[in-house]
Design a protein around this ligand. Structure first.
Ligand SMILES: CC(C)(COP(=O)(O)OP(=O)(O)OC[C@H]1O[C@@H](n2cnc3c(N)ncnc32)[C@H](O)[C@@H]1OP(=O)(O)O)[C@@H](O)C(=O)NCCC(=O)NCCS
Length: 198
């Protein structure tokens, strides 16, 4: 099994762009492939989201997996009561707060050559550890994501400890003002980083 920590190097896409073979990166999701190839650098330059990659040590042009992160918040105020209770747990002065600091995983993909082999799970463990690192400049309590509403993506996030922000699709549609009959393309999910430090 490929081990990201032992067999790969990590860096931001912007720093090493000319060294990467972006055209060979394929995570079987055309929207994501296109974003990483065409938009990731623009996002980074506009300070809208930073993209990072793990590349093979034996062939530094080969990207194994990539993800894009940006600052966000988890808005606890408008959640259903049961979820609000869960999110507010272990938060001091929670009655005075409407939202909590979070990092948004805007994009994430594992190249299909390396998928279904635990790489995605290692990547998520890395991201979680990164945001609870004591050297982080800001407080970040949650990881949030708008996961593609596909079995592949939803199973991946559930397997990695994420929960749905709204327990049913109906509740989520109501929250975002979508009509009942329209399909949800994404599901809002979150992970509480505090769960790693207790
Ligand atoms: C989702 C993705 C990141 C998973 O990466 P991966 O390296 O295959 O993940 P892992 O091998 O660590 O698998 C972790 C879990 O993900 C789920 N999963 C992975 N591939 C799956 C598939 N084809 N079908 C259903 N579930 C799948 C499973 O729950 C799996 O756990 P298991 O192996 O115990 O069944 C990868 O398939 C991918 O890049 N998909 C396309 C882009 C995408 O959907 N990104 C996430 C949304 S932003």
């Amino acid at each position: 099994m490929l081990n990201l920590a032992e067999n790969c190097s990590f860096g931001s896409l912007a720093e090493n762009i000319e060294n990467f073979d972006l055209n060979k990166f394929n995570c079987i999701n055309e929207d994501l492939n296109e974003f990483f190839k065409q938009d990731a650098i623009k996002y980074s330059k506009s300070l809208l989201g930073k993209t990072y990659a793990f590349v093979l040590d034996t062939d530094k042009k080969t990207i194994v997996c990539m993800f894009t992160v940006s600052n966000d918040s988890l808005k606890a105020d408008s959640l259903p009561n049961s979820r609000k209770k869960k999110v507010n747990k272990d938060i001091p002065y929670n009655k005075q707060r409407k939202s909590y600091p979070a990092v948004l995983i805007g994009r994430l993909g594992v190249c299909s050559k390396f998928s279904n082999n635990g790489v995605g799970t290692q990547l998520m463990d890395f991201i979680k550890a990164w945001f609870i690192d004591p050297l982080n400049k800001t407080g970040c309590r949650f990881i949030v994501v708008d996961s593609y509403n596909t079995d592949n993506a939803i199973n991946y996030y559930l397997k990695n400890g994420f929960s749905f922000l709204f327990s049913s699709e109906g509740q989520e549609k109501e929250y975002i003002g979508k009509c009942e009959t329209e399909a949800l393309k994404t599901r809002m999910m979150y992970f509480d980083l505090l769960s790693l430090s207790v």
